[in-house]
Design a protein around this ligand. Structure first.
Ligand SMILES: Nc1ncnc2c1ncn2[C@@H]1O[C@H](COP(=O)(O)OP(=O)(O)OP(=O)(O)O)[C@@H](O)[C@H]1O
Length: 866
């Protein structure tokens, strides 16, 4: 096709956009019909037509602020390397795949050469096969060893669901190979009676980094025969290992490499990721090894029509009389309804679990009005459901029994949901990587597909639907991780020392920070140096020192009060905000009210109810400066970066009317405060600057507070974080700075790099913040500029014009940024990917399964070490 002479990645919207995609922009709503011939099978409705229909209701067309057309592309074939065993090639053929795409053959070649490789090609580009062919071929070779296990492979997935899904497909693919390939999932759900068999006989073990960290590595002697023969470690969806969680996984992989080396093995790492910038750099940081990159996607791709959609203003007024837009939830529910009526298979991605439930309930009700049988064809899908329930939903979507799902990102990763015609994304998912990952779920078999991003009523989403270039003309974010973060590294050094005493030679593997940390760990009496090695001194398990997903403890079980039935779970850290007493809890269309939350026993008792409202927790936060690392004069004021301690408490919850979001009332809560030591950026202003900005004491609090909210809303554009991963505090007279101060901090113990990025791009970041406030059409502030949905003070006080004047004066004194420091403005910095949106203060890194993210945790205590 027309674009085939270009490098594949250049025009593949769903590939890692390490370069800007060539796209065809149509800014006007009425022009959104594609001018290209549809590439899908005739029975499918062209995505442009589907969009036309969605836009045909009253005032609907004007909600589309932009349509982007991403052109189709033809595939390029190659041949499998000769060294792939003929039986494996035959098995792949038997699965219906005659020839590999060029990138699959290249990746296999590197793997067979013993080079670690990252396959960073688009969604559904056949990455699995790229690593599976060399792995299966090697396992087949190894099966001829006297013990039948001359070669083994370990597969790591970020979620249990993905490992289970992959195990099913490996079993299917390797069926013609008989008993030579023995795949098995080894995770928290694996029955104990099966575990010994897996350790002794399985040669392809599928697990997750959590199980590796807590289960496999600490009991490595029982895994010795497996580790001795370990030839490959597959790291699937490796872009999910970012931020603090990614840094933990990097250290877990170093521990694995160390143990393998002791058993005489040196496995090759095979990484796969659909969406990553600079994949080789990220893969090297994750594994600590040089990694070859295969990013030239040779698989075919259908056209993608991508619409940006802004819900209309309503007649309602929100806090302090602000104009209120229709919620993204209500709008997305309408789109799901309309798509289902059209017979279009779709998934609506939404950030919160509650949002997924609400969208599915609303769509079901609307569909029932059209045709009762249609209501049963949509459902919700989210983390916190029991595994059987999730498998059943996946099967129903596969078979076509379900036409539409409202899902959290629990469905985003790898779970094979082929054949979707449309994806609706309710609210920007926080990163472009995540956006493309979700959009890429549509059109898997090469047919055309539609993606619609529905903006939420907040500054960032509003900005994005009016600045499509920020989405379509920028590369995806790099996967940033920092394995040297002492909060991350220290517990892994202890765990490694417990696994096998740490020697001086080991230290290089764990990075330069290891040497500095050891004396501290000795002083804390966690490690002791005897002869030449450091030993773990305690009786408890060192692996329990850290929780690699930062979930803050045991998940809370959600139990139905009358029956004692376990409905699902909520992350410990999320419990205060999502299952506090009086909270509305939704589960597959049924509504429950939380009767009590027992934090000691980690149980929330719920009972069926039919409230007409949803609940939103409110919290308050105070902050103290522990240490200022850097301080730069900004005129008379100061821009600082350093360590802080944040104390957060969920104090109340709001009841909001369903669909409209109208506030019905507030109820106080009595929950304990939690503290977090982390990193922050903060700025101060002087009396003189306040005078120049005409800020008198009456409006000072409101001006600072408004600037803080808007700056948090804008930071994701600069620091690749989610607004829920960062927090802020503003105060007219801070006891540590003795000046009016605004803090923005990382919601992760030890910091996650967002505040640091904010510090380095502060001028660009605060300039964008000032512009966002100043250009908002509202009079006194609204959710699109200075109101925050998670404000513990009910968005009071806020002073819009004061914030603009204050930022103007502050920025007058800002020194020009060096080029290096502004690179973040292109969104290349990193932090954890946005997860489900909690209605909460920022908390620790949230991740999908094994225990998925939730409506979440505020802060929690710092880890015990260093
Ligand atoms: N060379 C090929 N020719 C034709 N079809 C292929 C080829 N390789 C893979 N496929 C098919 O493409 C689909 C997607 O493959 P797969 O799930 O391995 O992709 P992936 O890149 O791993 O996906 P994800 O983005 O979900 O991780 C599957 O149905 C697979 O059978």
């Amino acid at each position: 096709m027309a674009f085939n002479h270009l490098p594949a990645g250049v025009h593949d919207a769903l590939a890692p956009l390490s370069v800007t995609p060539v796209t065809h922009s149509v800014p006007m709503a009425k022009n959104h019909r594609s001018d290209r011939p549809p590439t899908q099978a005739p029975s499918r409705t062209a995505p442009g037509v589907v969009l036309d229909r969605l836009a045909s209701g009253p005032s609907r067309a004007s909600r589309i602020t932009h349509t982007e057309h991403l052109p189709p592309r033809e595939g390029r074939h190659a041949v499998w390397p000769d060294r792939i065993r003929a039986e494996v090639v035959a098995a792949v053929r038997a699965a219906g795949i005659d020839r590999p795409w060029a990138h699959q053959a290249r990746a296999a070649e590197h793997a067979l050469n013993g080079e670690s490789v990252v396959v960073a090609t688009g969604t559904a580009s056949g990455k699995s096969l790229a690593y599976l062919t060399p792995v299966l071929s090697t396992l087949l070779d190894g099966s001829q060893a006297p013990n039948g296990r001359g070669a083994t492979a370990l597969y790591l997935a970020p979620t249990k669901a993905l490992a289970a899904d992959q195990c099913r497909s490996v079993k299917e693919l390797s069926q013609p190979l008989g008993h030579s390939v023995r795949p098995a999932v080894y995770d928290g759900d694996t029955p104990f009676e099966e575990r010994e068999w897996i350790r002794q006989y399985a040669n392809y073990v599928l697990t997750n980094p959590d199980m590796l960290h807590r289960g496999i590595l600490p009991s490595h002697p029982r895994w010795s025969s497996f580790l001795k023969s370990l030839k490959y470690v597959v790291v699937d969806e490796c872009h999910t290992y970012r931020g603090v969680f990614g840094s933990h996984v990097a250290q877990v992989l170093r521990r694995l490499r160390r143990l393998c080396a002791r058993y005489g093995a040196s496995p090759v790492f095979l990484l796969a990721s659909a969406t990553a910038a600079e994949p080789a750099v990220a893969a090297r940081r994750l594994t600590g090894l040089p990694v070859v990159e295969v990013a030239d996607d040779a698989s075919p791709r259908g056209e993608l029509v991508f619409a940006l959609w802004e819900p209309p203003l309503t007649e309602l007024h929100g806090e302090r009389g602000a104009p209120v837009r229709r919620t993204a939830t209500a709008e997305a529910a309408d789109l799901l309804t309309d798509l289902t009526v059209q017979g279009i298979r779709s998934v609506t991605f939404v950030r919160s679990r509650r949002g997924a439930e609400l969208i599915s309930v609303i769509a079901q009700e609307r569909l029932a009005e059209v045709d009762r049988s249609l209501a049963r064809r949509v459902a919700a899908y989210r983390g916190g459901y029991l595994p059987e329930e999730r498998r059943a939903l996946e099967r129903a979507l596969h078979s076509g029994e379900l036409l539409g799902l409202a899902a959290t990102n629990a469905l985003e990763l790898g779970v094979d949901i082929s054949g979707l015609d449309a994806v609706v994304i309710a609210g920007y998912p926080g990163t472009r990587a995540s956006l493309w990952q979700q959009a890429g779920r549509a059109g898997r078999s090469g047919q055309g597909a539609l993606a619609v991003l529905v903006a939420r009523d907040d500054p960032l989403d509003t900005f994005l639907v009016h600045h499509p270039e920020a989405l379509f003309e920028r590369p995806v974010e790099s996967t940033v991780l920092d394995p040297d973060n002492p909060y991350v590294l220290a517990p892994h050094l202890c765990a490694a020392a417990e696994e096998l005493p740490l020697t001086e030679e080991d230290l290089a593997l764990f990075g330069p920070a290891a040497e500095e940390l050891l004396p501290q760990l000795e002083a804390a009496k966690l490690l002791r140096r005897r002869t030449k090695a450091w030993h773990w001194t305690r009786r408890e398990r060192a692996a329990d020192l850290t929780d690699i997903r930062g979930e803050g403890g045991r998940p809370v079980q959600v139990v139905e009060a009358g029956t004692g039935r376990l409905l699902g779970t909520v992350d410990a850290g999320a419990a205060h905000t999502s299952v506090h007493e009086g909270a509305v809890h939704l589960h597959q269309g049924l509504t429950y009210l939380v009767r009590s939350l027992d934090l000691e026993d980690s149980v929330a008792l719920v009972e069926r109810a039919s409230p007409t409202y949803t609940t939103v927790a409110r919290d308050t936060t105070s902050i103290s400066v522990l240490e200022t690392d850097t301080e730069i004069p900004w005129g008379d004021g100061r821009l600082c970066y350093g360590s802080v301690e944040v104390t957060n408490q969920v104090v109340s919850f709001l009841r909001r009317r369903q669909i409209t979001g109208e506030v019905l009332g507030e109820t106080k809560l009595d929950l304990p405060p939690r503290t977090l030591r982390t990193r922050a950026v903060w700025w101060t202003v002087t009396e003189d600057q306040l005078d120049r900005a005409r800020i008198n004491p009456e409006i000072l609090g409101g001006a600072l507070h408004a600037a803080e909210h808007a700056s948090i809303g804008m930071l994701p554009l600069f620091a690749t974080c989610d607004r829920w991963d960062i927090g802020g505090v503003s105060i007219p007279l801070h006891p540590d700075t003795l000046l009016p101060t605004v803090f923005v901090y990382d919601g992760h113990p030890g910091g996650a790099g967002f505040a640091e990025r904010a510090f380095h791009t502060a001028r660009a970041w605060l300039t964008a913040t000032r512009q966002a406030i100043a250009s908002c059409e509202c009079d006194a502030g609204c959710p699109s500029c200075i109101q925050s949905p998670k404000c513990g003070n009910g968005n009071d006080p806020l002073h819009k014009r004061g914030a603009v004047r204050l930022l103007t004066v502050l920025l007058e004194g800002a020194p020009a940024e060096k080029p290096r420091e502004t690179e973040g403005a292109a969104g290349t910095a990193g932090g954890p990917e946005a997860e489900e949106q909690p209605e909460r203060s920022p908390g620790p890194r949230q991740n999908p399964e094994p225990e998925p993210p939730a409506e979440g945790p505020p802060d929690r205590p710092v880890p015990p070490v260093p």
